[in-house]
Design a protein around this ligand. Structure first.
Ligand code: FE2
Ligand code: FE2
Length: 158
């Protein structure tokens, strides 16, 4: 799953803007699957979405897709621990991630849709944009790879 040098440079530029935020970097302190942190997971999903769009020749708003993917699990809590959060994590975390992201960044409609609809079809409303479908698919793919420990932490370096 290699990107060309120029694609890698572009990817790094897009994620670096978001990684300036201490809150975004805090995702590295929460585990998502197996031993992979939320930040590593989000980087993997962003990288995989971008790689798929390039290799399959799917025309996308690349910057919005990478940014939305990096913020799709920006919920900032340990979902493995029981707490007094209302609702089931699988259903509620896209909205929490969107609210956190909107506190930190100005998001466009694509970026919002990517974050809010990434759990489809578990959540009932389907994504509106092809960028959101790609991220939703990449999220499922990366989640399986991480849970089966076929992808190690730090798989994507920036
Ligand atoms: Fe998620
Ligand atoms: Fe995810």
């Amino acid at each position: 799953m290699d990107l060309s040098m120029s694609e890698k440079t572009y990817f790094k530029q897009c994620v670096s803007e978001l990684l300036c935020s201490e809150q975004v970097r805090m995702m590295d302190t929460f585990i998502q699957h197996a031993d992979v942190s939320c930040l590593d997971h989000c980087l993997s999903v962003a990288y995989t979405s971008f790689w798929m769009s390039r290799r399959l020749g799917i025309s996308v708003d690349r910057r919005s897709m990478i940014r939305g993917a990096l913020l799709h699990d920006f919920f900032l809590y340990d979902w493995h621990k029981k707490s007094n959060r209302k609702g089931l994590h699988g259903f509620t975390h896209p909205r929490t991630a969107l609210e956190n992201a909107q506190h930190q960044f100005q998001l466009n409609e694509r970026e919002k849709d990517i974050i809010l609809r990434h759990m489809w079809p578990l959540t009932p409303i389907p994504p509106k944009y092809r960028e959101s479908f790609l991220v939703s698919f990449a999220d499922k793919f990366c989640s399986v790879m991480e849970t089966l420990r076929l992808r190690r932490p730090g798989h994507v370096t920036v």
